[in-house]
Design a protein around this ligand. Structure first.
Ligand SMILES: [Zn+2]
Length: 288
C-alpha cells in the first residue's frame, strides 16, 4: 500500500469508511469505473455515489474533484457518522471521491498531474457542455467522456434529489490564505456562506477577506460571489441549462458553496479539521 508523506488515508481506507453509510441503509451506486495504467497494470477505481432513501430537496456534499486535495475526502471519512446523522433528518447525496485516480496518483486532473498553460487539464466536474452562452451551449463536446457521464448523472439525480444546498470541499495548495465561493441565489450575501467563513476563522484558517483571487475574482468578507467557471458548482446553481440542444430548467440550488482551505504550509490535520467542523455543524443551519 502506497504511503503518503502527509499521512492521508489510503484509497481503500476511504472506500471502507464511505461504505459505512451503505450499512446504515443508504443507496450506493457506481457512477463510473475509472480505468488507468500504473506500473504496467490496469487499475479500475469506482466513482461512487451514496444517498438517503428519502428523496426531495437535498443537501449535496461533494469532494475530491481535484485529486491532489485530500482534506475533503479525509474529513468525510472521519465525519461519516455526522453525515449519517444528517441523513436521518434530511435527504442527502454524497459524492465523496469524484476523482479517485487523481487521489491515488496525487493528480489534479483526469488526464494530467498539474495545471499547465499549454495543455488543458480535464476535471471530472467540467460542465460547460450543459451550460449556456447566450442561447447555445458553451462547449459542443464535453472535455472528457468521464466528465459527461459524471455531470449527466448529477443532472439525472437532481430530478429526484433537487439540490437545496451543495457543499463542494476543495483546497488550494498555492494559497496561504483561503476564501470560499458562494454561487447560489444570494451569492456573496448568502447567510450560510457567512457562517462558513466563521467556521474557518474559528478553526484559525487564515483568510483573504478582500481583494482578488489568483484567478482575478473579487473577494468580499472572505466570500467570492457567483462566477462563470464552467464547474459542477456553476451547474448546480444554473437556472437554465442546455441538454441535447434544448434549453431547460437547471438544478438552481439556493446555496452553492465551494469550501477552499489554503494548503500551502498548513498540515493536512489542520485543514481536515476545518472541513470536518463544517460537516458536523451542517444540520444547524440548513432549513428545508
Ligand atoms: Zn480544487
Amino acid at each position: 500500500m502506497r504511503k503518503y508523506p502527509d499521512n492521508r488515508y489510503s484509497i481503500n481506507e476511504l472506500y471502507q469508511s464511505f461504505d459505512k453509510l451503505k450499512q446504515k441503509g443508504w443507496i450506493k451506486e457506481i457512477i463510473y469505473n475509472f480505468k488507468f495504467k500504473q506500473d504496467g497494470k490496469t487499475i479500475s477505481l469506482p466513482i461512487i455515489s451514496l444517498r438517503t432513501h428519502k428523496k426531495g430537496k437535498s443537501i449535496w456534499i461533494i469532494s475530491g474533484i481535484h485529486g491532489e486535495e485530500p482534506a475533503g475526502p479525509n474529513a468525510i471519512a472521519d465525519g461519516i457518522k455526522a453525515i449519517a446523522k444528517l441523513g436521518e433528518k434530511y435527504s442527502v447525496v454524497l459524492l465523496p471521491l469524484c476523482n479517485p485516480a487523481g487521489y491515488l496518483r496525487n493528480w489534479r486532473y483526469l488526464n494530467m498531474q498539474k495545471y499547465s498553460s499549454t495543455q488543458e487539464g480535464h476535471s471530472i466536474g467540467d460542465s460547460e457542455h450543459f451550460l449556456l452562452k447566450g442561447k447555445t451551449t458553451r462547449r459542443k463536446q464535453p472535455s472528457s467522456k468521464e466528465a459527461f457521464t459524471f455531470t449527466s448523472y448529477v443532472l439525472k439525480l437532481s430530478k429526484e434529489y433537487p439540490p437545496l444546498a451543495t457543499f463542494d470541499l476543495h483546497e488550494d495548495n498555492k494559497l496561504t490564505k483561503g476564501y470560499i465561493y458562494s454561487q447560489g441565489k444570494h451569492g456573496a450575501k448568502d447567510k450560510i456562506a457567512k457562517k462558513i467563513v466563521k467556521i474557518l476563522e474559528e478553526n484559525k484558517i487564515p483568510l483573504q477577506k478582500e481583494g482578488k483571487t489568483r484567478f482575478g475574482e473579487k473577494i468580499k468578507n472572505g466570500i467570492v460571489g457567483p462566477v462563470k467557471d464552467g464547474s459542477i458548482d456553476e451547474l448546480f446553481s444554473a437556472k437554465k441549462i442546455i441538454v441535447n440542444n434544448k434549453i431547460m430548467s437547471g438544478p438552481s440550488a439556493k446555496t452553492v458553496i465551494v469550501f477552499e482551505t489554503p494548503a500551502k504550509g498548513m498540515s493536512l490535520q489542520r485543514r481536515k479539521k476545518a472541513h470536518l467542523e463544517l460537516l458536523k455543524i451542517l444540520p444547524n443551519f440548513i432549513h428545508t
